[in-house]
Design a protein around this ligand. Structure first.
Ligand SMILES: NC(=O)c1ccc[n+]([C@@H]2O[C@H](COP(=O)([O-])OP(=O)(O)OC[C@H]3O[C@@H](n4cnc5c(N)ncnc54)[C@H](OP(=O)(O)O)[C@@H]3O)[C@@H](O)[C@H]2O)c1
Length: 260
């Protein structure tokens, strides 16, 4: 006799509330839109209120916005309170906003930019997680998604400082997954090159074509590639997945060039 199969969980987010940091453009905006499309209410934030307002209008549906610097404690508290007041719970947190103020060998980085990179890319996701845990998830449970980078798994001649923060973010993901289970799942995605403002210097001109050619799947990523993984990792469809970093890079990491 075989056990009957459990029903499949579709990635439905009805009734859930999410905060997406850096939701005014690029990957964050695409994730916010995908969440709303799956039935969630979403709070987006970024440093620029006007671009948040424009993004919210574009996303439509149950979306709110607040101006916030992702690493400022007062701003975090204000956004969390505004989300609780407006929607009543925080079931999903996406730590998406990041910075990359320095390009060059890590041996030469000035400590101001080193600290800034750590503050925004690593300390801020921890601060948001702490606040959301205290305010909602320690009682109500939830799912947290950290946007890391495939760069966190390799070395680079120019992105080593940024990549180091993403590597640490992936470890923080596993650490918090162990600490916050069983109520809260914590996962990450590690994207390869996506055509957004953030990565413009890496794909402008014919640089992007060269990177795309080096990927086994022969194209750069899109914000939708990341958003669909985010919906999966923040919904019950991934209910037995925690502490993982999902590489989304068109196979770049496993291409023969990287293994030689
Ligand atoms: N694009 C890629 O190829 C790529 C690859 C791997 C990983 N990633 C990661 O994906 C995430 C999103 O990147 P993206 O490419 O979508 O970038 P993007 O298009 O430049 O969007 C970044 C978003 O974060 C906000 N932001 C930046 N600094 C902030 C701060 N200090 N406080 C609050 N909000 C802030 C921006 O708005 P304001 O500037 O108005 O604040 C914007 O909404 C980042 O974690 C990045 O490291 C990107």
């Amino acid at each position: 006799m075989t056990a009957s199969a459990a029903p499949l969980s579709a990635p439905d987010l009805s009734g859930r509330t999410a905060i997406v940091t850096g939701g005014s453009r690029g990957i964050g905006k695409a994730i916010a839109k995908a969440f709303v499309d799956q039935g969630a209410s979403v709070m987006i934030c970024s440093r620029n209120e006007e671009s948040c307002a424009e993004a919210a209008a574009e996303i439509g549906g149950s979306v709110a916005y607040e101006q916030a610097h992702v690493a400022h404690d007062d701003d975090i508290e204000r956004v969390v309170e505004a989300t609780m007041n407006r929607f009543g719970s925080i079931d999903i947190l996406v730590n998406n906003a990041a910075t990359n103020p320095y390009a060059g060998p890590t041996i030469d980085v000035d400590i101001a930019r080193w600290n800034k990179t750590i503050e925004v890319n690593l300390t801020a996701p921890l601060m948001w997680t702490q606040r959301v845990w205290e305010r909602s998830m320690s009682n109500g449970g939830g799912a947290i998604l950290n946007i890391a980078s495939v760069g966190g798994l390799v070395t680079s001649p120019i992105l080593g400082t940024y990549d180091m923060t993403k590597s640490a973010l992936m470890h923080l993901t596993s650490q918090l997954a162990a600490e916050l289970a069983p109520g809260v799942r914590v996962n990450a995605v590690a994207p390869g090159l996506i055509k957004t403002d953030f990565a413009r210097a890496l794909w402008e001109g014919d640089a992007g074509d060269q990177v795309a050619e080096s990927y086994p799947l022969k194209r750069l990523g899109t914000v939708s590639d990341i958003a669909s993984a985010a919906v999966y990792l923040c919904s019950d469809a991934s209910g037995w997945v925690t502490g993982q970093s999902l590489v989304l890079d068109g196979g770049g990491l496993v291409s023969f060039g990287n293994l030689s």
